[in-house]
Design a protein around this ligand. Structure first.
Ligand SMILES: Nc1ncnc2c1ncn2[C@@H]1O[C@H](COP(=O)(O)OP(=O)(O)OP(=O)(O)O)[C@@H](O)[C@H]1O
Length: 462
């Protein structure tokens, strides 16, 4: 996106001349002929730089007064003053009132470009950093998974990335709702602007409005809010059901009007944000119990996306395990380890109540606690005890088996073995049979014989 420059001068010829010189260099220019138009243009969209004539004949405010008004609204916005010959004193006073520099009319195009280049340097660097950070973010927030459920989520995100549609992402804690929202942002035309995350559960109800809308005192900006920071980008409302009812009403107004008033302020601030929200709760129930506004729900839930619990998409576990082992091993400066089949089976059979976040923590803990020389191959006994408890052949299990006749011990083993394998393949009998090397019909017979009720379905998950 080009840097946006606002040119304010009462003389049309000068405005057009300057805009022509700057547009040729790739800047995007807007022009204003008086103070009112200038301030309106700034309120509509914050430019990267303002070039401001000191006189502004026939305008409600002169250039210096406009400069003061700009500094109240946007203290960091750079302003360069155009001064006529013979009013250098005014130009100097403009600098003491916050202008960055001044340029005397008539001026050489080269001098103008030099000053503009210098004044927009900070903005250019900020954008380059955002670009680099975005690249780092998209790699850090890779949305790993190839289960049917995740493929569907990815396809929906791709389909709507280019639109401005709002999304409501549901699913239990730690499944990757924020990762999905960041992917959407990275794929959208808003990727160069900010992704701002609002954690509704962490902000106290008393601070909510200040955090979201910012604060103003006597017309002076005290602190911009998260909504303003997300201008041009994406605002992620995490755990939206935790938002106080009074804030819900105000958010609804922002969504309808795309404008809001800062706490303590009077001026309407225009913003262009895409809102993506998430919830781990059942919002219909929250609405029925009058904790969540139904009208807001319909506004937010334009495109619903559901990310299921990890235990409902165990196909994703091997990919995630490898992804996280490779990442944490790299942090230790070692190659991605090989995952032994018994370790993978234990990881795949575990329930994962904390979902992907828990899986990531388990892998990180394992990598940190394992001596470097053993990191080349991960065996089941290297995993934390809670994961291993789903494993077979633990010592206590063996000693119990030793106390019973062979037939009973074998049945006990078979029952436990099949229970773990079936869970690992999400109840899919065909996949289980194929892994354990049995015909599907033989496995059915075996399960019946052992008195095991079959859970899940034939086709299980993808
Ligand atoms: N598909 C995935 N691929 C790679 N990493 C993932 C994936 N899903 C989740 N993660 C990782 O798991 C952790 C939790 O993800 P995230 O914060 O997106 O979950 P969430 O659903 O938003 O949970 P919460 O609402 O509790 O914050 C993060 O560290 C994230 O990087």
């Amino acid at each position: 996106m080009a840097l946006d420059i606002l040119i304010v001068d009462d003389e049309r010829d000068i405005r057009e001349l300057v805009a022509g010189v700057l547009s040729d260099e790739g800047y995007e220019c807007r022009t204003a002929g008086d103070s009112r138009a200038a301030l309106e243009a700034i309120d509509q969209r914050r430019p990267s730089l303002v070039l401001l004539d000191v006189w502004l004949h026939g305008s409600p405010m002169d250039g210096l007064e406009v400069l003061d008004a700009i500094k109240v609204r946007e203290p960091e916005l750079p302003v360069i003053i155009f001064s006529g010959h013979g009013n250098i004193d005014t130009a100097v006073s403009a600098i003491s009132r916050g202008a960055m520099d001044f340029i005397e009319k008539p001026f050489e195009a080269e001098r103008l470009l030099h000053l503009v280049g210098r004044a927009t340097e900070t903005e250019r660097l900020r954008r380059e950093n955002a670009q680099l950070k975005k690249h780092a973010d998209t790699t850090a927030y890779e949305f790993t998974g190839s289960s049917t459920a995740i493929n569907q989520v990815r396809a929906t995100l791709k389909r709507v990335a280019n639109t401005g549609s709002r999304l409501l992402i549901s699913g239990p804690a730690g499944v990757g709702k924020e990762v999905a929202a960041r992917m959407l942002h990275a794929w959208s035309p808003r990727a160069d602007s900010a992704f701002v995350s609002v954690n509704s559960a962490r902000i106290t109800p008393e601070r909510f409005e200040q955090e979201l809308f910012g604060e103003e005192q006597d017309g002076h900006l005290v602190r911009p809010g998260l909504l303003e920071m997300a201008d041009g980008g994406t605002l992620y409302l995490d755990e939206v059901a935790d938002m106080p009812l009074s804030t819900q009403a105000r958010i609804l107004r922002v969504l309808t009007e795309q404008a809001f008033v800062r706490v303590g302020g009077h001026r309407q601030i225009r913003v262009d944000v895409r809102v993506v929200s998430s919830t781990s709760r059942n919002l219909e129930k929250e609405i029925a119990e009058r904790r969540f506004r139904e009208d807001l729900f319909y506004r937010l839930n334009v495109v619903p996306v559901h990310v299921p619990a990890l235990a409902e998409r165990r196909d994703d576990i091997p990919g995630l395990v490898e992804h996280f082992f490779a990442r944490f091993a790299a942090n230790q400066g070692v190659a991605p380890p090989e995952i032994a089949p018994d370790a993978m089976a234990a990881l795949q059979a575990y329930e994962w109540p904390g979902n992907v976040r828990q899986l990531r923590n388990v892998v990180e803990r394992t990598v940190i606690l394992t001596p470097l020389e053993r990191l080349a191959r991960i065996e089941a006994d290297m995993l934390p005890a809670e994961i291993g408890s789903g494993r077979l052949g633990g010592d206590s299990g063996m000693s119990t088996l030793m106390g019973v006749p062979l037939r009973e011990a074998r049945e006990s083993f078979e029952r436990e073995y099949l229970r773990v394998q079936i869970r690992r393949f999400s109840g899919n009998i065909s996949k289980t049979a194929s892994f354990i090397g049995m015909e599907r019909s033989a496995l059915h017979r075996k399960l019946k014989l052992l008195g095991m009720v079959e859970r899940g379905s034939e086709d299980g998950e993808g």
